[in-house]
Write a protein that binds this ligand. Structure first.
Ligand SMILES: [Zn+2]
Ligand SMILES: [Zn+2]
Length: 338
């Protein structure tokens, strides 16, 4: 496919789509009903439907009977861990193999023209972004992911947390299923904002930001403290009346859903003349510019807080003005304290 029909490439080989990044037409004033109807299918397909189905599959085939989960035992815990590891390798690996190892579409639609494997760097373990990112996901990401999963399932099995059934409260549970992505967005925005404060950024979040040119394995490349805060999103399901399937969906939304934002390509080609939009641009711009786009754009939180960057020249100018103002504020503070 000719990606230059949809965007431009600069001298360095970096691609930028013509269409600025947009936030979902939710919570906008005045309401935009037509845009909302047009946008709605993308709320479900393909990712959210896939993550919900994966939660159902886990509940049906992976999670043991409730009586077993009342007691913590290595058998079922290790089985969950092993299945999570395999699922992550298959799901993340599918993007990695096609786009980064086989490089099936070269750098067409690729935001950063270079591939991480071609740029060894001292900031990474073994100087390799891929090895570093993969190991961080496996060594702390997946154990913490599984620990939250096990803890919440154990709690449900022991009647801690308001477990309600689909038979008794179908409407509430459908509403809750629909707002799982909203819960994720608000939780992620909050923790992300907090770990961008100077001290926590230095100690915790800079690990994730080492990947300025993110690829699929970057999704779970975090400091363990960030893994902990990130996967804690499942805990809302011990406070709200919920159900283990929706709790699993919340966790899968975080764990499997991190990939699309780090895929590094604006569109993923399917066949000769079709391509799936990745919606990765908002988070790519966060990795590139750091202090913009703390959220993923489902709710216009960054617009409300003045930190949204849509990738356009205007967006760039707004960001630069904000950085200048911040610098001036810091300098004024220094002068008064001196
Ligand atoms: Zn990221
Ligand atoms: Zn960040």
């Amino acid at each position: 496919m000719d990606d230059l029909q949809f965007g431009t490439r600069n001298k360095r080989g970096d691609y930028a789509p013509n269409e600025p990044a947009g936030t979902a037409p939710l919570f906008v004033w005045p309401p935009r009903p037509l845009a909302l109807i047009k946008w709605l299918p993308s709320y479900f397909l393909p990712y959210n439907a896939l993550f919900f189905l994966s939660a159902l599959a886990w509940w049906a085939w992976v999670v043991p009977p409730v009586a077993v989960m009342q007691t913590l035992a290595w058998g079922w815990v290790l089985k969950l861990f092993a299945v999570n590891v395999v699922a992550v390798i298959v799901w993340y690996g599918a993007f990695e193999v096609q786009l980064y190892i086989r490089r099936r579409q070269g750098n067409r639609f690729k935001y950063n023209g270079k591939f991480p494997a071609d740029a060894p760097s001292d900031v990474f373990w073994f100087k390799s972004q891929n090895i570093d990112n993969f190991l961080r996901g496996m060594l702390s990401g997946l154990p913490i992911w599984t620990a939250f999963q096990v803890g919440v399932l154990w709690a449900y099995a022991n009647e801690i947390g308001p477990w309600v059934s689909f038979a008794d409260h179908p409407i509430w549970l459908v509403v809750l299923a629909l707002i799982v992505p909203v819960i994720h967005e608000v939780h992620f925005f909050l923790i992300h904002r907090i770990i961008h404060t100077p001290l926590l950024y230095k100690w915790v979040h800079s690990v994730h930001h080492n990947s300025v040119n993110p690829s699929p394995w970057s999704s779970l490349s975090m400091h363990p403290v960030e893994h902990f805060a990130y996967f804690a999103t499942i805990l809302y399901h011990l406070v709200l009346p919920s159900n283990p399937i929706l709790a699993l969906y919340q966790l899968h939304y975080a764990g499997f859903g991190a990939v699309p934002g780090h895929v590094g390509f604006d569109r993923i080609e399917i066949g000769e003349d079709r391509a799936l939009e990745s919606h990765a641009y908002i988070h790519y711009l966060h990795h590139k510019h750091f202090e913009v786009n703390y959220g993923d754009g489902l709710i216009p939180l960054d617009r409300w807080f003045g930190t949204f960057h849509d990738g356009s020249k205007d967006g760039q100018a707004r960001m630069n003005a904000r950085y200048q103002a911040k610098k001036a504020r810091l300098n004024a503070k220094k002068e008064t304290s001196a």
